[in-house]
Design a binder for this molecule. Structure first.
Ligand code: N01
Length: 542
């Protein structure tokens, strides 16, 4: 099927495509690769000037992935695996961006990507069974399928503090960091936010700045990354074992084949528990939560680990008052995304770093000279917003998607996202969402989950072509059952106890509902496959 143009009744030319994909990050690039294999005419729209998505935008100092490089990469091409050299255990943002550019070049992907273009609206025509997609350049496309590859954390959340516009210095959001970098040398920097981003950025900013004031509302648990260069023998062994490694990733609970201890933290002696915690602490990284089987499901087990980490914070931070402020106390460990750091807590031992608790003394306004809390004014040259994202639904809503009968996705999801398998939503035929809400996505190694979604969607479209179907839509009862299941498994864990972005709790006014699927990547993959094997059970094909 080729690409051609037709006209609307008003005479405006419309490009006719098989598929429109939104976003050219990890998901969009691989989706395009597979769609081209199917011989479908595809255009990818990307708001950035280049490929990379998350790794294109998040250029803040210290930006690095929390999943190991050899897992956080594509598995679909053994040649690509063999030729690419990862240099460190945890890859930096520049290294991942180089990798994605390499992938785009190697597979000649850019010829189907239109950069510097945002999709601003998409609506489904029930009669034609096609999507009409509009961009911010005034273009209109018609496509059989619309696939969102917009990521889960891509719409920045920047709180509108009073007086923000009056500030005479510079303001940056970490998720929109200038490409040319920012010279922080000798400046007084204020950082708002202590999530994964703030925790990565603060130690790096502190090394350059005259002074850093960290405005912390909620302390977070952070585990040392223990990043290091990959040794030549290690790289060789990984390259030899990639197939097995990837298979283990696919079958694992979190898309990452790390060791999980099947034992309960309550089944061992206090000494043994401590020994095990110490062991995983020394290994570092997200693996900490796999120390025992019940850390995120049993509050007692969880509290043992939380106490262990609080004690570590007490050891690392010299000033006991500062240490106490840094100790998380309002949520179980792991129920907000666990943070991974390099010298985060130690940074508070520096003379040029101070910590302000904006829970007890809230931010009142930004002033021309800096930031005023209830108790004091802080003079600043630069304010860094490390304040996160309107996660999971923000970027989807920004596309202004309207399905059958003009129903807006945003309205349909007013009480929380509703999907079948996190892939599709009733009333929105032929719309696929890669790592959509209701799929494991952010609770997993993203690349494992992305590949699984892309491959499922590819198989589904191939099936439709082979069987001459033009429309696919989930049945309402299948969607209801999936939404209930997503909630049910979340409620068996401690996750709902935290005010996390998983629940939308970071955005004032956003509905509180647990959005990702916590049932595990391996199990989820089997469910998706079974549904496909049963002729797309729960979907209506026509
Ligand atoms: O965002 P966050 P993030 N006043 O939402 C604070 C992924 N990621 O960009 O907790 C004052 O976690 C907010 O305070 P509180 C990863 O999945 C991955 O850090 O709401 N403070 C919090 O401290 C991660 O979870 C990697 O009380 C305000 C912070 O800002 C996700 O992205 C690296 C405020 C926001 O934390 C998001 O992480 C980085 C206000 N009005 C990110 N509003 C890697 O893999 C918000 N805050 C390495």
């Amino acid at each position: 099927t080729g690409q051609h143009s037709s006209s609307t009744p008003g005479g405006v030319p419309i490009s006719q495509l098989d598929v429109v994909v939104v976003g050219a990050g990890f998901s969009g690039l691989y989706m395009l690769y597979r769609l081209r294999e199917l011989g479908l005419s595809t255009r990818v729209f990307e708001a950035g000037e280049g490929v990379g998505g998350t790794w294109y935008w998040n250029r803040y100092p210290g930006a690095r992935c929390d999943s190991p490089s050899v897992h956080y990469s594509y598995s679909f091409s053994p040649e690509l695996e063999q030729e690419w050299e990862w240099t460190e255990k945890y890859p930096t943002q520049p290294e991942i961006l180089r990798y994605l550019n390499h992938v785009a070049d190697r597979f000649d992907l850019c010829r189907n990507i239109q950069f510097n273009t945002r999709v601003v609206a998409a609506s489904y025509d029930d009669v034609m069974k096609r999507w009409t997609i509009q961009t911010d350049r005034g273009e209109r496309m018609s496509a059989r399928y619309l696939i969102t590859a917009v990521g889960c954390l891509s719409t920045p959340n920047a709180p509108r503090f009073n007086g923000l516009d009056s500030f005479k210095g510079e303001v940056y959001h970490t998720g929109r960091w200038p490409h040319e970098g920012v010279d922080l040398t000798g400046k007084r920097i204020g950082v708002i936010g202590t999530g994964s981003t703030g925790i990565q950025a603060i130690p790096r900013i502190a090394r350059q700045a005259a002074h850093v004031t960290v405005f912390q509302r909620t302390p977070n648990y952070s585990i040392p990354a223990r990043n290091r260069p990959l040794e030549p023998e290690e790289k060789a062994s990984i390259k030899e074992n990639y197939r097995r490694l990837r298979q283990m990733d696919r079958e694992s609970p979190a898309g990452l084949s790390i060791s999980y201890n099947p034992q309960s933290a309550l089944a061992v002696s206090p000494e043994e528990r401590q020994r095990r915690f110490e062991e995983v602490w020394q290994i570092g990284g997200t693996q900490m939560l796999g120390a025992f089987s019940d850390i995120v499901v049993n509050l007692e087990a969880n509290t043992y680990m939380a106490d262990f980490v609080r004690a570590k914070i007490g050891e690392m931070v010299h000033n006991p008052e500062v240490a106490k402020k840094l100790m998380p106390h309002d949520h179980p460990i792991g129920t907000k995304r666990i943070c991974i750091d390099t010298e985060y807590y130690e940074t508070y031992n520096r003379e040029n770093v101070s910590l302000v608790d904006v829970r007890t003394s809230p931010i009142q306004e930004i002033t021309p000279k800096g930031l005023r809390t209830q108790d004091a004014e802080y003079e600043l040259d630069v304010i860094v917003f490390a304040t996160g994202f309107d996660a999971m639904t923000g970027s989807l809503f920004n596309l202004n998607i309207r399905g059958k009968n003009g129903e807006a996705l945003k309205e349909k999801w007013a009480t929380g996202p509703r999907t079948y398998l996190g892939l599709m939503s009733a009333g929105f035929p032929n719309l696929f969402m890669i790592t959509g809400p209701g799929s494991p996505s952010v609770l997993s190694n993203m690349t494992t989950s992305i590949e699984q979604h892309v491959e499922w969607i590819t198989d589904c479209i191939r099936y439709m072509q082979e069987h001459h179907f033009s429309q696919l839509e989930p049945k309402m009862e299948a969607e209801d059952a999936w939404v209930a299941h997503v909630n049910e498994v979340a409620n068996q864990t401690l996750y709902p106890l935290a005010n996390s972005w998983y629940l939308g709790a970071n955005i004032p006014g956003k509905v509180r509902i647990f959005m990702p699927y916590v049932g595990g990547v391996g199990n989820y993959r089997i469910k998706c496959q079974e549904i496909a094997d049963e002729g797309y059970k729960g979907f209506t094909l026509s």
